[in-house]
Write a protein that binds this ligand. Sequence first.
Ligand code: ADP
Ligand code: MG
Length: 373
Amino acid sequence: MRETEQKAAEAYEKQFGGEPDLIASAPGRINLIGEHTDYNGGFVLPCAIDRRIAVAVGKGEGGLYSADFEEAREPDEKNGSWADYPRGVAWAMGEAGHEIKPFEAAFAGDVPLGSGLSSSAAIEAATALALDAHFGLDIGRKDLAVLCQRAENDYVGVASGIMDQFASLLCEAGTALLVDCRSLEAKCVPLDLAAAGLTLIVCDTRVERGLADTGYNDRRSTCERAARTLGIEELRDAGEGDLNRLSGEELKRARHVVSENARVLEAVEALKNNDFHEFGRLMYASHASLRDDYEVSTPELDTFVQTAEQHGAKGARLTGAGFGGCAIALVPEPRTDVVTKACEQAFAQANFKDPAFYEFVPAAGAELAENPG
Ligand code: ADP
Ligand code: MG
């Protein structure tokens, strides 16, 4: 069993007494390429990271317990706490017509929270897989992901696309996941970074995403307007040839979306050919487009990308919605420390906050633990 799964099992025994019936866990994710494409019906390419949230589940009326927050919560009283995520999943399952009897659940995890690595999808996906198995619902992973998104949108009240939940439930170790956000088709693409001698560095700029909500909503509505101007349903349906019929902000935002969708598909081809040089080039191009056309970068994110490039990264870009948050870089393994040290220096010189760095390997999606209890 993984350490987080062990911790969830121990927390269950301590809190509720007895052994849990089963344990499940699910990962956070990063998005390799395909930013602000999801709500335009386009493509994304996330991969699961080797940080997870585990849940131990059993029959009983003990409610919900978080080992990380050291906090017990009632099973079904929405209150703005962490417990709304598992409550939301049980609610969404009930709304979909599944019978959810009383259960008790203990959670433990190591996904950094609120950093844009999607700890929220991890707790949702772990809960969904655990309840599916516990109640013998046999729902299927894609439908579980849709239920998790419903939980986040309609119960917790956070507008989010489907990417995070798809990544957490459908990724496999050593792969990235190409998702068509319109058809919800998804397929794994090999991503053997170790064989290519590369590490995946995540830089958390620790800039609060203060403007994120307004900025995000503003970008979404400009994309909708651009689609209306072009007489199409979503910018997914636009091509480069359409762009000359747009102007001003609509043109800039649409140019990002159209070019980014193309880059995702090119990036998948590059991975299939093990061509990390091309993959890296596409990452840099994605960042430039997000910075110049979509205008969601920050000085911190730009500094990370520029410094990584100067010190030998194959590719780097902001990841997530932007306005702060995280950036990623693909770095030849021996240069990892050089890149992080150089970034620390550059951040200090510019009087930015100290960044936090993580190294991840593409990890498995949600799983049931093999030896419960
Ligand atoms: P992100 O998904 O980028 O990490 P969110 O704000 O969407 O950030 O989700 C973070 C929330 O998810 C936390 O505030 C908490 O409510 C919940 N959460 C994350 N990790 C845990 C955990 N280990 N145990 C319980 N709840 C968690
Ligand atoms: Mg989240």
